[in-house]
Design a protein around this ligand. Structure first.
Ligand code: ADP
Length: 348
């Protein structure tokens, strides 16, 4: 029944009515009016067929199909506005079937969209909470130092320089958070125009090693290349952005590395891409944290990160940069053994 068009339903209904009328007339002829002429016998069923068809068709169109068509058209155009389906519709072809299919698809799409919106809303709330928390702490500290200095501390030789230095550190901290947030917001608004060039990633790593050497020395940590990796590896990418990625990963290997530890960088040829791995033998990360590590403000060891001036945004910036290159980044880690961060770049 649901596969019939209004035309077919009206025809079937009028045929049934006319058969019923004919049956009643035959009963009349057999039992009550024996000499009923044939044209009297045929005229009412014929009339029932024609009028029945017209009335049923009219009622169906007026009360059911027009309304269904309206819903169907609405959903169909809503979907086609998003470019998912063709704009041509045949309203007489298996209408109910099509409506059922379109409504189900539409419902599924909406449910998915609502789910995504809910997640985004959660994410937004969490993000705002994190930003205010990150800024509140240094502002609170600053207030404390400055008020103490104003209330006479400025003349106290024992604390004045110390408090000014501490205030300055808190300003640096706020600056670091704001700079990283600025980077993220630029990246997210697609203002990251990549300047793709061919360069030697091994040479770039050596440059980064040199720039971070002093920091590594403080922990007696050494930098080196994995076996067969101390040679050029040509890739295509935005050199200064990839430098930022390497600085971030290698700085993390120092912050979360052990005294006297090692940071190794290796390159692996993967046909179209080069896989670059930064490995340390530091504190490592428990499995349960790995999937959230690239989220903004996610930190495993909050106090260690803050102590070292970490904003908790480094890895999320790294991920954005790698994804802007349409490449991937992954992490493997074992607590107390160490971590390996690996990302790919197009081979040049
Ligand atoms: P942060 O500024 O806190 O270093 P990141 O986004 O760079 O922020 O890193 C997020 C968290 O991931 C860090 O707080 C730390 O807990 C963990 N992490 C990152 N790199 C390493 C590593 N090499 N070894 C152990 N933990 C790491």
């Amino acid at each position: 029944m649901k596969n019939l068009t209004p035309n077919q339903i009206a025809m079937s209904a009028s045929a049934i009515i006319s058969v019923l009328v004919l049956f009643v007339l035959l009963v009349l002829k057999n039992y009550f009016v024996e000499n009923l002429p044939w044209y009297i016998l045929l005229a009412p069923p014929l009339a029932a067929l024609i009028f029945g068809y017209a009335i049923v068709y009219y009622l169906l169109e007026k009360f059911i199909y027009r309304k269904i068509k309206l819903i169907y058209k609405h959903i169909h155009y809503l979907k086609s506005a998003k470019g998912s389906i063709s704009k041509n519709i045949d309203l007489n072809k298996n209408l109910i079937d099509s409506v059922e299919k379109e409504v189900t698809e539409w419902e599924e799409d909406r449910a998915l969209e609502i789910e995504q919106l809910k997640k985004l809303e959660e994410f937004r709330k969490e993000f705002l909470g994190n930003v205010s928390h990150e800024l509140k702490t240094p502002i609170f500290n600053l207030q404390g130092y400055i008020e103490t200095l104003i209330d006479g501390g400025l003349k106290d030789e024992k604390i004045n320089l110390d408090y000014l230095n501490k205030a300055s550190k808190n300003i640096d901290r706020m600056n670091a958070v704001i700079n990283d947030l600025d980077k993220i917001s630029k990246i997210e608004h697609e203002q990251m125009d990549l300047e793709l060039v061919k360069f030697d990633v091994h040479e770039l790593t050596s440059e980064v090693f040199n720039s971070l050497e002093m920091r590594a020395d403080l922990k007696e940590l050494t930098f080196s290349f994995k076996e067969d990796c101390d040679k050029p590896f040509m890739v295509r990418g935005d050199r200064s952005r990839i430098r930022e990625v390497l600085v971030n990963l290698i700085t993390n290997s120092i912050i979360y590395g052990k005294e006297g530890g090692k940071t190794l960088v290796g390159y692996y040829d993967m046909n179209d891409n080069i896989l670059i791995e930064v490995t340390d033998n530091g504190i490592g990360i428990e499995e349960k944290h790995l999937s959230r590590l690239f989220e903004r403000f996610y930190r495993v060891d909050k106090s260690r990160s803050r102590e070292q001036g970490g904003t908790g945004l480094g890895l999320s910036i790294v991920k954005h940069i790698i994804e802007a290159h349409t490449q991937t980044i992954t992490v493997r880690s074992t607590p107390e053994v160490g971590s390996t961060f690996g990302f790919t770049l197009e081979k040049a």
